[in-house]
Design a protein around this ligand. Structure first.
Ligand SMILES: *[C@@H]1O[C@H](CO)[C@@H](O)[C@H](O)[C@H]1NC(C)=O
Ligand SMILES: *[C@@H]1O[C@H](CO)[C@@H](O)[C@H](O)[C@H]1NC(C)=O
Ligand SMILES: *[C@@H]1O[C@H](CO)[C@@H](O)[C@H](O)[C@H]1NC(C)=O
Length: 452
């Protein structure tokens, strides 16, 4: 830890007096800030209590009201007690006004514009005020938030974040800031809930219900069906009406709060001091780089401490966080693995290596995402002669459908001269980030000293 220079305070009494006055002022301001924050927390939790049941549904007098005005998602609101039958995917809700004819709505609660697609990729749910033909097996006292996990679509890591974890963050912040609600998930691929149970249970105080596996009926005092999306990989503060609108950086803070407390993974793998740390994300099975050892050496020669991270399907987010959050830069070939950038700290560097034919996709998915997460973003264009996959040679370029469907493993042998040139750029920016980081940490040391 760098020694804070001001610790060598001059002994002249005039200076000491000034320091004393300043410290007192800092302490005062600090206490003032704490009191202020505390009172704000108290008032906002009171407000949450008051607002708990008053959702802004489009037609507040109807027992079922749906908002279908958004491009990417639909939302339905059930304000009264509801029985969910997972077998038939029907939600029977009470209607105190006994409206005739009975209300009936269909919804595919998945925040991607499948509602405009003729192919029924995601399961449809039915919401009705018809008298139920089932009775309650399990009764909950908290409201439900029910959504569709998009079937096989979310076996992809990127889509799990883009269509579930980020929209869920927005939706929970909008409707359930007290986290007192039950998550019910339809149409998730086998093992999905289990695999992501850790992150899913960060959003709620209650156990997650996998309606794909469940046969018992569940009853809730009320329910919201659907997830809010602000578009691909974004949390837009201008689209929120709550007093403290959230951004994508709040989403990152949410992940950090969860995973920095983790006791599930050993400490970060880094050993040397003073060198920028580079994570080389290699996916041997699907995006293999053959000359990975040469690239590691090139990165080390550039001045990096290098860690080759090979996440597998079983890798936990704890492990990804532990490695990536403590790094200054990450490099990876285009693909869902780049979603791990959610664990990078704003200001750190991301280099995406992009084969021909994927430029638009790479920029659309991960380029924009990197910028939104406040990363320094660099592109490495993989030329055709750096691609060694057999099928690729016969077709000339990387066929896009192979990228999207991920059917075949891809292999690359990168041009070392070109790699070194790019690594230098990554290094310069990573070094800058590291420098800023050390400035801000010595600033923090000063502040905490001043407050004592
Ligand atoms: C999801 O729903 C679609 C449409 O109903 C269905 O074809 C698919 O098999 C479902 N997938 C899972 C994993 O439930
Ligand atoms: C209840 O009615 C729905 C729709 O008519 C049907 O699909 C479902 O199988 C019925 N459930 C039972 C338990 O009879
Ligand atoms: C990557 O895969 C290749 C071929 O499947 C294998 O020979 C190699 O040992 C693997 N490398 C690592 C680092 O796992």
């Amino acid at each position: 830890m760098p020694e804070a220079p001001h610790l060598r305070v001059s002994k002249k009494s005039k200076v000491s007096a000034t320091v004393a006055v300043c410290s007192a002022l800092v302490v005062f301001l600090y206490l003032f800030a704490i009191t202020n924050t505390l009172s704000r927390i108290t008032t906002s939790s009171t407000r949450i209590q008051e607002q708990k049941w008053s959702w802004e549904s489009p037609e507040s007098t109807r027992a079922i009201s749906c908002d279908r005005t958004h491009f990417e998602y639909d939302m339905c609101y059930l304000k009264h007690p509801t029985i969910m039958d997972p077998t038939s995917a029907i939600f029977f809700t009470e209607d105190p006004t006994n409206s005739t004819p009975q209300l009936m709505e269909k919804i595919r609660p998945f925040p991607r514009n499948f509602k405009h697609t003729p192919i029924n990729v995601v399961r449809q749910l039915t919401l009705t005020t018809a008298p139920p033909n089932v009775s309650c097996a399990v009764t909950h006292t908290s409201p439900a938030l029910v959504f569709n996990a998009g079937g096989d679509w979310t076996t992809n890591y990127y889509h799990s974040f883009n269509e579930i974890f980020i929209p869920l963050f927005i939706t929970v912040d909008t409707f359930f800031p007290d986290h007192d609600f039950v998550i019910g998930i339809f149409n998730c691929s086998h093992g999905w809930v289990h695999h992501y149970n850790d992150i899913l249970s960060t959003y709620t105080r209650h156990q997650i219900i996998d309606f794909n596996q469940e046969t018992a009926t569940h009853c809730f005092p009320s329910a919201i069906v659907g997830l809010i999306s602000h578009g691909a990989s974004t949390v837009d503060p201008t689209l929120q009406r709550r007093p403290h609108p959230k951004s994508l950086l709040d989403f990152r803070a949410f992940l950090t709060a969860k995973y920095s407390q983790s006791h599930h993974a050993p400490p970060p793998p880094w050993t040397s001091k003073g060198k920028p740390r580079l994570v080389f994300l290699n996916r041997n099975g699907t995006r293999g780089i053959l000359n990975v050892d040469n690239i590691r050496r090139a990165a080390e020669d550039t001045g990096f401490e290098v860690f080759i991270f090979e996440p597998s399907r079983e890798s936990s987010m704890h492990e990804a966080f532990r490695v990536i959050d403590s790094s200054h830069a990450m490099i990876a070939v285009h693909g869902a693995g780049l979603t791990n950038m959610v664990f990078q700290r704003p200001g750190s560097v991301l280099m995406q290596m992009v084969p021909a034919e994927c430029y638009w996709l790479a920029s659309l998915c991960y380029g924009k995402m990197a910028v939104r997460f406040g990363l320094e973003y660099i592109v490495y264009n993989i030329d055709q002669d750096e691609t060694v996959s057999e099928w690729d040679k016969t077709r000339g370029v990387v066929p896009l459908e192979n990228w999207i469907n991920n059917k075949e493993g891809l292999q690359f042998k990168l041009d070392l001269v070109k790699v070194k040139r790019h690594l230098k750029r990554v290094y310069e920016r990573a070094k800058k980030f590291m420098h800023k980081e050390s400035l801000s940490s010595s600033y923090k040391i000063k502040l905490s000293w001043g407050q004592k």
